[in-house]
Design a protein around this ligand. Structure first.
Ligand code: NAG
Ligand code: NAG
Ligand code: NAG
Length: 938
C-alpha cells in the first residue's frame, strides 16, 4: 500500500488537517480507491460503510476550532436578516488586544452580525452605508466586548424558580452522566435573560449542576431573543454532533464536579467520587483504544473481520474528551480536589479547561500547572466564600495571586447563585483587591472567551469578530458601571435605555488601595489570616489629612467637609477635636499621639448589616457550625419545655462571635449586625444587635442590644401553611393575645412599643399587611411600628407604604426575580428610570439595604454607593450613608447612637463612595473604650 504513505494522518500537522477538512470526503474516497486497486489477488473486499468509516477515522484526530478561513466570513452565522448596520461613534474602545491594554478612540461599525471596522472608519465605508446606518454617539464612553460568563445555569435553573421549569440542571440519576446535555433543559422564558443582558452579558456557558461527578455536556448560548424562539437557535457554534451539519469539529463542553456536592447527593466520599471518574474514563479509554485500533486497520485497508466501528452513544462525549475535543469545566474547591483531578487528567491524558470555584487554587498554583496538556484557567467568585468547608479558605486576593502565578483568571456568576447581571461587579471587586486593570476586564471578556475556545469570534472588539458589545455609562471597573446599550449579533438589546448621569471621575480607571500585605498573609496563613482587631499603640490618635466627617445626629447622618488636610483627634475613643492641625494642636494631649494619615480620607459611622444569619453561623453548609433553625409553631410541635407554641426565642442566645465573615465585615467598616433567629417558617423571634468585631458575648459592648424587634416571616412556601393561614396567625397573635412569651412580646407590638419586622416580598402580602396594620391601629388606638424586609415588590405600593408609615429594608438591595413572590422587580437603570430604592425614597419611605448571605456583609459600603448612584444624585451622601446605618437601626428597633456614642470608621484615601478608600481604623464607642481605643488595621 505504498500509495497510502502520503495519507499517513497522524504525521500531519493539525493545521493541515484542518484545511483538508473540506476535502475529507474526497480523501476518504481516494483512500478507498487506492485500497481497492492493485493486483487482483490482493484486492480487498470493502464493506459498504467503508467510506463513512474512513471519514470518521480521519476526523477522530482533527482538533476542534474554527475553519482556517473563518475570518474570511462575510456574514455571521448568527446574523438576523433585517438587522440594520450600526455605527457607534466617539467611543473609547477597550479592544482586548495587547493583553487587554489597548484602548482605541473612534468608531465601531457593525454589520451582518459582525464588527466590520474599529477606530477610524473610512469615509468610503460610511458613504457605502449612507442612509442605512443606525448611529449611536457613545459620547466618549467606554465600549467593551460583550461580557462572557463561563459558568451559568441560566435557563436550566431558571427564574422565577418554579417546580415545573427550574432545577433542570441536576439529574438525580447517578454520579456519572456524560451523556446528558444542558441544552435539553434550556427554558427560553427565564426572566434572567433580559436582566443579564441589561448588565452587559451577551454569552453564557450553560453548565449542568454540580450534583454529579460528571454532570453532562454544557452549551454556549447568546442570551438574546431569536426569531425562532428555540433553545437551539440560541446556541453559539454548536457541535455538529448535536445539531447536525459538518465541518471541522467545534469545541464541546463537559461539566465535572468533585468534593462536597457529588458526595452529598450520592452519599459517597471523595474516594468514591474519584473512583467513579476513573471507572468512567477507563471505559471511555477502552472505547477510544478500540476505535484507534480499528481505524489503524481500516486506514490500511484491512477490512477483513473488522466488523462495526466500536462506539457507544452513552460514552461518545467522554471519548471525545479523551480526544481533546471537549473543554472540561471542573467544579473543584480544595487542594485535595484540585490534586485529585490533576492526577486524573494525567492518568487519562485529557486537558482541563478551567477549575471553577477553586477556592484553594491560589494556595496550590503548582498543582494546576501539573495538569495534562496545559494549565487550567481558574473561574472565581470575587468575595463569595466561607459557605462550606470547601469555601472556607477562599480569598478575595485569589484572583491577583493566581494572575501573579501566570494562571488565567476569569470571574463567573454560577447564575442564579450570583445574578449574572452583575458579573462585571465580580471583576470590579477582583480589581479592587489587586487584579490588574487589563486582566480584570479580560476576566469577563477575552480570557473568558479563550476558556470557551471562542476567542476567534467573541471577547474582543476587532474587525471580523461577532458584533457583541456594550457601551458603559462609566469606566467598566468603576463601581456600578451600567450599560447604556448592549449589542448582540449587532442587534441593540435595550429598547429605551435609562441612563443615569455619573460623576466625571467615573470615566477614569478607579484608583484602588494597596492590599499587598493582606494578600501575602492570605497565602502565609493558608486562607485563614488573623482578622481580630488590634488596639492602637496610643490612647490618643491623631487622624491627619481628613477630608470629610459623617456623624450620626438625631436620626440622621450629618456630613462635614473639612478643609484640606483636616485633623481629627481621638482621645480614649472620644473625638476631642475636628479641625485643622493649627486649631487642634492647641489641645493638651494625654500622651504622644499615634499618627494615622488618612490621605484625604474620611470618618463615618460604622455600618449596620441585616438580613443574613451573620453571627449565627460560620458555614451555612455545616450544621455543626450554626445556631440552627427555630421550631416553627405553624408547622411543627414546639416542645412543651419551651412553653409550646407560645415560645419566642432570642437570637442573642445563639450568637457565635468572631466568625470570619463577622470580622471581615468589621474590617470593611460594617461594625454592627442586627440578626434575627433563623426560620424557614412563620415566627422567627427576637432580633439582636451586636458588634461584628467582638471576641465573645461577655466582652463589653459585644451585645449592643439584647432585643431589637420581633421578627416574623410571611412567605409563599409550597402551600402549607397558606399565606392566609400565616396572616390569620399574625392577626390572632396581635388581637387575641396568647399567654406566655408570645403574649408578652406581641402585646408590646400591639401597643406600639416594639417594632414588628415582617419578611415579605409579594405586593399582595404587603397590601394585606398594610390593612392588618390599619385594623390593629384602629382597634387599639395606637401607632404600630412595622418594617417589611425583603420587599422586592414593595415599589408597586410605594405610596401606600409611605401613607401607612411602614419602613422597608430592601433585600437584596439589587433585586432579582428568584421566586414567584418576588418576580415583579423594578430593575433600575438601564431598564427603568427608578430602582426600587430610589422610588421608595422618592415617596419618603424610610429605606435600609439588606443582604441575603453573610459573606456579603463586608460589601455594604459598595451596596450603599451603588444604590446612591442609581438615584442619579437625588440623595445626598449623608442620606446614602443612612441607608446602611441609622435607617437600618431605626427600622429594626435598634437604638440609634448619638454623636458622641457612635462607632466611627476611618477610611484612607476617600470616603465610602470612593472605590479607592480603605478602612484603616475603627473608633470604638464608649462602651468598648476600655478594651479598644481605636483599633487600627494598618
Ligand atoms: C499581561 O498583563 C499582566 C498584568 O498587567 C502582566 O503581568 C503580564 O506580564 C502581561 N502578559 C503579557 C504577555 O504581556
Ligand atoms: C498629609 O498628606 C501629605 C500629602 O500626601 C503628606 O505629605 C503629609 O505628610 C500628610 N500629613 C500627615 C500629618 O500625615
Ligand atoms: C417627601 O418629603 C418632602 C420633604 O418633606 C416633600 O417635599 C415631598 O412632597 C414628599 N414627597 C412625597 C411623595 O410625599
Amino acid at each position: 500500500m505504498k500509495g497510502l504513505a502520503m495519507l499517513e494522518v497522524p504525521n500531519h500537522s493539525k493545521q493541515v488537517l484542518r484545511t483538508v477538512w473540506a476535502a475529507l470526503g474526497l480523501l476518504a474516497g481516494l483512500l478507498l480507491f487506492v485500497q481497492t486497486q492493485g493486483p487482483l489477488w490482493q484486492r480487498r473486499r470493502v464493506p459498504a460503510h467503508a467510506s463513512a468509516t474512513i471519514a470518521k477515522c480521519l476526523a477522530n484526530d482533527l482538533p476542534p476550532g474554527p475553519p482556517a478561513d473563518f475570518h474570511k466570513r462575510r456574514y455571521s452565522d448568527r446574523f438576523a436578516p433585517g438587522t440594520k448596520p450600526v455605527l457607534i461613534k466617539n467611543a473609547r474602545i477597550w479592544t482586548g488586544a495587547h493583553n487587554g491594554t489597548e484602548v482605541v478612540r473612534g468608531g465601531i461599525l457593525l454589520d451582518k452580525g459582525m464588527i466590520q471596522e474599529v477606530g477610524r472608519i473610512s469615509r468610503g465605508t460610511l458613504a457605502k452605508y449612507k442612509h442605512h446606518l443606525l448611529v449611536y454617539d457613545a459620547e466618549d464612553r467606554f465600549v467593551t466586548p460583550g461580557i462572557v460568563d463561563v459558568h451559568s445555569h441560566i435557563g436550566d435553573a431558571s427564574s422565577p424558580e418554579l417546580e415545573g421549569a427550574s432545577g433542570d440542571d441536576n439529574s438525580p440519576k447517578g454520579p456519572i452522566l456524560p451523556w446528558l446535555r444542558s441544552l435539553d433543559g434550556l427554558n427560553t422564558h427565564d426572566d434572567s435573560y433580559a436582566l443579564s443582558i441589561a448588565g452587559g452579558v451577551t454569552t453564557s456557558l450553560v453548565l449542568p449542576g454540580s450534583a454529579n461527578a460528571i454532570g453532562g455536556q454544557a452549551f454556549a448560548i447568546k442570551l438574546r431573543r431569536t426569531a425562532e424562539r428555540s433553545p437551539t437557535s440560541m446556541l453559539l457554534e454548536p457541535p455538529y454532533e448535536v445539531v447536525g451539519g459538518h465541518g471541522p469539529p467545534r469545541w464541546r463542553y463537559m461539566k465535572h464536579a468533585c468534593g462536597e456536592n457529588p458526595s452529598r447527593v450520592y452519599g459517597q466520599t471523595r474516594m468514591d467520587t474519584v473512583w467513579a471518574f476513573r471507572e468512567a474514563y477507563n471505559k471511555a479509554r477502552q472505547i477510544k483504544q478500540a476505535q484507534d485500533a480499528y481505524c489503524s486497520r481500516a486506514l490500511n485497508g484491512q477490512w477483513e473481520d473488522l466488523g462495526e466501528y466500536p462506539e457507544d452513544l452513552q460514552w461518545e462525549a467522554l471519548v471525545a474528551t479523551l480526544r481533546g475535543k471537549v473543554k472540561v469545566q471542573t467544579h473543584c474547591y480544595e487542594a485535595v480536589d484540585l490534586d485529585d483531578i490533576v492526577r486524573l487528567s494525567n492518568e487519562f491524558e485529557f486537558p482541563i479547561s478551567a477549575f471553577h470555584h477553586a477556592s484553594e487554587a491560589y494556595l496550590v498554583p503548582d498543582v494546576l500547572k501539573r495538569a495534562y496538556g496545559h494549565t487550567p484557567a481558574v473561574a472565581l467568585f470575587a468575595t463569595n466564600s466561607r459557605y462550606k468547608r470547601e469555601a472556607y479558605r477562599g480569598s478575595e486576593f485569589a484572583a491577583r495571586i493566581l494572575a501573579e502565578n501566570d494562571l488565567d483568571v476569569v470571574m463567573k456568576s454560577d447564575h442564579p447563585v450570583l445574578n449574572s447581571r452583575y458579573l462585571l461587579y465580580e471583576a470590579q471587586q477582583a480589581f479592587y483587591y489587586g487584579l490588574p486593570e487589563n486582566l480584570a476586564i479580560a476576566a469577563v471578556t477575552s480570557t473568558s472567551a479563550k476558556v470557551l475556545g471562542l476567542d476567534h469570534r467573541i471577547g474582543y472588539i476587532k474587525g471580523g469578530w461577532d458584533a457583541d458589545l456594550v457601551i458603559w455609562d462609566s469606566h467598566p471597573l468603576a463601581l456600578g458601571a451600567t450599560p447604556t446599550q448592549v449589542f448582540i449579533d449587532g442587534i441593540p438589546q435595550i429598547e429605551s435605555p435609562h441612563i443615569v448621569k455619573k460623576p466625571k471621575n467615573f470615566q477614569h480607571t478607579p484608583k484602588v488601595p494597596n492590599f499587598d500585605k493582606e494578600a501575602a498573609d492570605a497565602v502565609q496563613y493558608e486562607g485563614l489570616p488573623p482578622l481580630a482587631p488590634k488596639p492602637a499603640s496610643s490612647r490618643v490618635v491623631l487622624f491627619a489629612n481628613v477630608s470629610s466627617v459623617f456623624l450620626p445626629r438625631g436620626e440622621e447622618v450629618h456630613h462635614a467637609q473639612l478643609q484640606e488636610s483636616g485633623v481629627v483627634v481621638v482621645e480614649e475613643g472620644k473625638i476631642t477635636c475636628v479641625g485643622t492641625s493649627a486649631s487642634c494642636v492647641l489641645l493638651e494631649l494625654a500622651e504622644e499621639p499615634e499618627l494615622i494619615d488618612l490621605k484625604g480620607g474620611s470618618l463615618s459611622p460604622g455600618l449596620v448589616t441585616f438580613g443574613s444569619p451573620l453571627g449565627l453561623v460560620h458555614m451555612e453548609g455545616e450544621t455543626s457550625t450554626a445556631d440552627g433553625w427555630v421550631t416553627d409553631p405553624l408547622e411543627s410541635l414546639v416542645p412543651k419545655i419551651l412553653g409550646g407554641d407560645v415560645a419566642v426565642v432570642r437570637a442573642a442566645d445563639g450568637l457565635e462571635f468572631a466568625s470570619r465573615d463577622a470580622l471581615l465585615a468589621y474590617r470593611f467598616g460594617v461594625t454592627k449586625a442586627i440578626t434575627a433567629p433563623v426560620t424557614a417558617g412563620f415566627i422567627s423571634g427576637l432580633g439582636v444587635s451586636f458588634s461584628t468585631g467582638a471576641a465573645h458575648r461577655l466582652e463589653e459592648g459585644a451585645v449592643i442590644q439584647e432585643v431589637t424587634a420581633l421578627h416574623v416571616s410571611i412567605r409563599y412556601s409550597g402551600g402549607t401553611p397558606s399565606i392566609s393561614t400565616q396572616i390569620a396567625a399574625l392577626r390572632r397573635l396581635l388581637l387575641d393575645l396568647p399567654k406566655g412569651d408570645a403574649g408578652r412580646w406581641f402585646e408590646k407590638v400591639a401597643q406600639g412599643r416594639i417594632t414588628l419586622v415582617v419578611e415579605a416580598h409579594s405586593a399582595d402580602v404587603i397590601a394585606t399587611l398594610i390593612l392588618l396594620k390599619r385594623e390593629i391601629e384602629e382597634t387599639n388606638s395606637v401607632n404600630l411600628k412595622m418594617t417589611i424586609t425583603g420587599a422586592t415588590e414593595a415599589h408597586l405600593l410605594a405610596a401606600e407604604i409611605a401613607r401607612a408609615n411602614i419602613g422597608i429594608i430592601v433585600n437584596p438591595s439589587r433585586p432579582f426575580p428568584a421566586v414567584w413572590e418576588s418576580r415583579r422587580v423594578l430593575p433600575g437603570p438601564p431598564l427603568t428610570r427608578d430602582s426600587a430604592v430610589s422610588l421608595l425614597l422618592k415617596h419618603n419611605v424610610t429605606v435600609g439595604l439588606g443582604i441575603e448571605e453573610k459573606w456579603s456583609a463586608r460589601n455594604l459600603a459598595f451596596d450603599i454607593a451603588w444604590a446612591a448612584l442609581e438615584t442619579g444624585g437625588d440623595i445626598t451622601k449623608a442620606q446614602a450613608v443612612a441607608l446602611g446605618s441609622t435607617n437600618i437601626e431605626i427600622l429594626l428597633g435598634g437604638r440609634v447612637e448619638v454623636e458622641q456614642a457612635a462607632e466611627l470608621v476611618a477610611r484612607q484615601g476617600g470616603d465610602l463612595f470612593d472605590v479607592d478608600s480603605k478602612v484603616v481604623a475603627v473608633i470604638a464607642p464608649p462602651y468598648r473604650r476600655n478594651k479598644y481605643n481605636p483599633v487600627a488595621f494598618l
